[in-house]
Design a protein around this ligand. Structure first.
Ligand code: PLP
Length: 460
């Protein structure tokens, strides 16, 4: 296959993509398959001889789409969305065509400079004060890992980078049980250890209790342990919990600890000023992560980390051997020094295309619709006999359940086997719940109202 073939087959692929998106509503949202069903359709050994593009394409069309769960389906209400706006998909096509590696400024100047501008556009869009800068990671997990590694090194005066962690006191990180498992993963990878992630008590609203945070830090210090930082949650994955950001940051500041806020999902909603009270005090954080690839429409992967001062993170993660120097241009920003991997994709282009193609006004109206429709769906589910709303709307996320866990689980299986909708589960305060989140880029009010309507039909 050469570039002339690519030209032809890209056009075929574009037509295929258009048909795929236009017919998504006719497909089951979740792949109706048993494990192994796709793998066994492929030969066990790699091919010795080349195949014609038409054969490869025909196999793709036959095997792959039926084996996919359709994340862009307008009735995908599971997990959180991974939206791909048409504008961001176009940008990704162009990025694919150039296939550059934006590891340092010199290797892709446009990528580095558009990334800087996009970070500042998003800072303004979210209402963050001037002075925050940042970078784009692949995922919130990597951004949180970067923040935790940085906290660790600040607490150790950067000794961990040189001599490792042996002989150091136990390092302690504080987060509530509502924070995402990426925080657990980060403390494991960072050598801090799961047992040193202190799950601070929450209040009746599932928000971290600032007094409990203060007491936990004080007790650890008294016991000779070394607190390194606090992770706050602005829109938790399970039920959309928000910590009391301003009060917890005040505690952290008083105790001399940096704060990283995980707003992976809810951060996108902060383009709407009316939702910003949910994270009031955010300007006091050292680091904030949000995923434009979730609710904003910038195709996966695109996770933005804002930093009040990039210095400590660059000191923690940055290395500049001779082969990564740019002679005469040492002042340029080399974003690999802000992140874990060296190689990096040109992710800023899809932000540029998305923000321009829809404008903040268009993106805000989508998010506002999702929140309003989620409330309508919540009310309709509350009115169904045998179902109760368990956690109330957090932006566009709520949970409900039947009388027992077994009934709830059975109902969820029926819903997802039916195929018209896709919902997922969580466990909160010991109870098995069905989560509903509204956030699909192309969903309509009718798609959302199919949630209560389909459930009523299946239960009836
Ligand atoms: N934080 C929150 C609140 C999330 O909901 C998620 C994923 O859904 C993550 C972190 C991890 O995100 P990523 O897949 O970008 O690592």
């Amino acid at each position: 296959m050469d570039h002339d073939d690519l030209r032809h087959w890209s056009k075929v692929a574009a037509d295929w993509a258009h048909d795929y998106h236009k017919t998504l509503r006719d497909r089951p949202v979740r792949a109706p398959l048993v494990p192994g069903a796709i793998g066994k359709q492929l030969p066990m050994a790699p091919p010795e001889d080349p195949a014609l593009p038409e054969v490869i394409f025909a196999d793709f069309a036959r095997i792959v789409p039926p084996g996919m769960t359709h994340w862009q389906h307008p009735r995908f209400f599971a997990y959180f969305p991974a939206n791909a706006s048409p504008a961001s998909m176009l940008a990704e096509q162009l990025v694919n065509a150039m296939a550059s590696n934006a590891l340092i400024w010199q290797t892709s100047p446009a990528a580095a400079e558009i990334e800087q501008v996009m970070i500042d556009w998003l800072r303004q869009a979210l209402g963050l004060p001037e002075g925050f800068t940042g970078t784009i990671h692949d995922s919130a997990t990597t951004a949180t890992l970067s923040a935790i590694l940085t906290m660790r090194e600040q607490a150790l005066d950067y000794a961990g980078l040189r001599v490792g962690l042996a002989g150091q006191p136990s390092l302690r990180v504080y987060a509530s049980a509502q924070t995402h498992s990426s925080v657990d993963k980060a403390v494991r990878i960072a050598g801090i250890g799961q047992d040193n992630l202190v799950k601070v008590a929450t209040d009746a609203a599932n928000a971290m209790d600032p007094a409990a945070l203060d007491a936990a830090i004080a007790a650890d210090r008294a016991a000779g342990l070394l607190p390194v930082g606090v992770i706050l949650c602005a829109g938790g994955t399970s039920i959309g919990a928000f910590d009391r950001i301003a009060e917890c940051i005040a505690v952290a500041k008083a105790r001399g600890l940096p704060v990283h806020v995980d707003a992976a999902w809810a951060g996108s909603a902060m383009i709407c000023p009316e939702f910003r009270p949910l994270w009031a005090g955010i300007e006091g954080a050292e680091s904030i992560v949000f995923n434009p690839h979730k609710w904003l429409g910038a195709q996966f992967d695109c996770s933005v980390q804002f930093l009040r001062d990039p210095g400590p993170q660059v000191r923690t993660l940055g290395l500049r051997p001779t082969y990564l120097e740019t002679a005469g241009r040492e002042e340029t920003v080399n974003f690999n020094e802000w992140t874990v991997p060296l190689g990096r994709r040109f992710r800023a282009l899809k932000l540029w295309f998305t923000l321009r193609a829809y404008g903040l006004a268009g993106l805000r109206s989508r998010i506002r619709n999702h929140v309003a429709w989620a409330l309508e769906a919540r009310d309709a589910i509350a009115a169904l006999p045998g179902l109760v709303i368990v956690t109330e709307l957090s932006l566009a996320l709520f949970t409900f359940a039947c009388a027992s866990d077994a009934e709830t689980e059975a109902l969820l299986t029926r819903i997802n086997d039916d195929g018209r909708l896709y919902l997922t589960q969580t466990r909160h305060q010991g109870r098995y719940l069905i989560r509903v989140q509204i956030g699909q880029f192309d969903c309509t009010r009718e798609d959302v109202m199919m949630i209560p309507n389909t459930i009523a039909e299946l239960m009836g």
